[in-house]
Design a protein around this ligand. Structure first.
Ligand SMILES: [Zn+2]
Length: 230
């Protein structure tokens, strides 16, 4: 019907706005005031709405949503889901503000074994593991803890491991303009472990190499030697 069609169009329009907002917040070249204003408009409190839908999900699964153990579950689940996807409300700009320093020498910076936790966008179940990040500084450097924060921002969203790996590499590349970036991620996907194929020990490895890590065999082999990751 026409009404349904309009609803769909409305939904798509909303999605596009949020997506554009996201892209805008994640890009690097905007004033603080611009970013703050847009962020406030994107960050409205959705908790009661998400809670309501979790209540529906429980009932539709055949549960008695009124039983004692489940009374506060929709609210808890809504809060948990907001926490697990809090990366949507954070930007690289927030993290790196005033944390970038000038250095004169070019050197390889490596942060190994960064724990990350994400949700697969196909099943909304967790995948998690370790990220290894390296960059070849070109004047700009950043505190090591900030690298872990960048991994966190992109992990705490609905993700596909390949996109996640690429987004982290691109964010570092844009922010630090280094001579090269390497990101390797190893993860276990609960959607593979707990359902369907049930491959308990299957570990998925993804990597993105940019700049000298891609072009210069010496840089790449130095990275592989230092991390043991290819
Ligand atoms: Zn999945």
């Amino acid at each position: 019907s026409l009404q349904t069609k309009q609803k769909h169009i409305h939904k798509d329009a909303q999605y596009t706005n949020v997506q554009q907002g996201e892209d805008y917040l994640n890009s690097w070249n905007h004033s603080d005031v611009e970013v703050k204003n847009l962020k406030n408009s994107v960050e409205t409190n959705k908790l009661p709405c998400i809670e309501k839908f979790y209540l529906t999900i429980l009932s539709e699964l055949g549960e008695d949503a009124e039983r004692e153990g489940l009374l506060r579950t929709p609210l808890r689940a809504a809060k948990a889901m907001q926490f697990l996807t809090k990366g949507y409300k954070e930007t690289i700009r927030d993290v790196l503000n005033e944390a970038i320093f000038d250095e004169n020498h070019e050197e390889m910076v490596i942060v190994k074994d960064i724990d990350f936790f994400s949700l697969c966008e196909h099943h909304l179940v967790p995948f998690f593991g370790k990220a290894h990040v390296a960059y070849l500084s070109n004047r700009k450097v950043v505190g090591l803890s900030k690298i872990a924060r960048i991994v966190e921002i992109y992990s705490r969203r609905l993700q596909v491991q390949e996109h996640l790996t690429k987004q982290i590499a691109q964010a570092i590349s844009e922010a630090l303009e280094p001579a090269g970036v390497a990101v390797v991620m190893e993860a276990n996907h609960m959607c593979m472990v707990m359902r369907g194929v049930q491959k308990i020990n299957a570990c998925t490895v993804t990597s993105v190499m940019l700049g000298k890590f891609q072009d210069d065999p010496k840089t790449r082999s130095e990275f592989i030697a230092l991390t043991g990751k290819n």
